[in-house]
Design a protein around this ligand. Sequence first.
Ligand code: PLP
Length: 484
Amino acid sequence: MAPPLPGSSGSTDSARGEQAAWQRRSIAQVWHPCTQMQRMQAVPPLPIARGQGPWLYDYAGGRYFDANSSWWVNLFGHADARINAALREQLDTLPHVMLAGCTHAPAVELAERLSALTGGVLGHAFYASDGASAVEIALKMSFHCWRNRGREAKREFVCVRHGYHGETIGALAVTDVAVFRDAYAPLLRQAHIVASPDARQAAPGETAADVAARALDEVRALFEARHEHIAAFIVEPLVQCAAGMAMHDPAYLRGLHALCDRYGIHLIVDEIAVGCGRSGSFFAFEQAAEGEAPLWPDFICLSKGISGGYLPLSLVLSRDDIYEAFLDDEVARGFLHSHSYTGNALACRAALAVLDRFAQDDVLARNRASAAALTAALAPLAGDERIEHLRQRGMIWAFDVREELAGERFAERFHLAGRRHELLIRPIGRTVYLMPPYVLDDELAAWLAARVRATLDEVLADVLAESIPTRSSDAAGASDPATA
Ligand SMILES: Cc1ncc(COP(=O)(O)O)c(C=O)c1O
């Protein structure tokens, strides 16, 4: 049974007219992200009038379950009462002040609380707005730190095959997703790209840990040859999300940490997508530790969920010794990077409200229970021969539709069919994934699994009926710019 539809106005001619008008006006004037605009007439944007909890409502009386948490940012649903209240108070107190030469309580408290979550090992929060900016900052900090220490030759970066770290020029240089990167390749600094530990590569009889060990062998060989020149290794811990929710064994992170330590290379952990509880622990990297003693990298990049899906906020946490390498009488040895909205008070206040939720509601434990419910509801898919690699980590679920069955433009077809089943869902290539807000109960989990199944049935039946061939670009599992 679908949960009740709060406040639906039903679909009238005027509501449908309003819906169509927003689509027309958006296509005419808004250059949408990650979109081939020529395709917009065939796949018009979905105008959203309002959001409540996990639901988004259009102007024509339709509702949609936000199955990808609005590009992985939303944690507690839309228009959450507690985050709203915190923001209203902040709005009346101090919406923003520049952070150079000034400071304010939300920026200070957020930095303190995040540092405490690393046991005080990392801190000195450096704020920005978007994930890509945080990646730029970590890369620059790493290089500049080595330079300040007289190691200027360390200016190379290492990233993982099919990894994604954002699309500004510096972040794109350590991103290996062809559809986003290829057009700009002439502008990008060359990075070393090493094998992905993606567990789907396991040969028969191999475990995810075996795949991780193989991937680490390649890292070791590269470090051995180039460690004098390598500044940092950047990695998405546990799940390479944009690669199609490619998951790996935590042993990979443990091994990487040891290799970076041994060869004197910074480890930058990009928790932008998987941080804030998404992977099952607050920081995904926490799962790298095998025993009692926690392991921490040199840098953590955080964004997306940290502000609950409300406001653009990102930040980089670093170790004390890195921070101290910038302290000097000479101005130019400091980290002079800045953005106008750095440490925006409203965004920091939203983040504090998010951390309050974690503390007050025991979010990680509750997520374990709701994850078990959705995993159980999706379990019948494990025996479905149309799909492969059904997988889960924390609050992320994914499966791949078999290449020969997916047909052309699978992601787009699934997305559009999903809308008819009250889902806002955007597969990556032929990978269908769920990254819902942290609000699932048993009933909603069962509903969600049933709707995903119904959408899959509809799309694959259509493909079969129309004998739609699989395009080579879809088959590669590349991010489809229309739906990624
Ligand atoms: C792992 C990772 N890093 C960086 C980014 C870039 O973040 P933003 O889109 O906010 O620039 C993303 C975005 O999806 C991401 O998943």
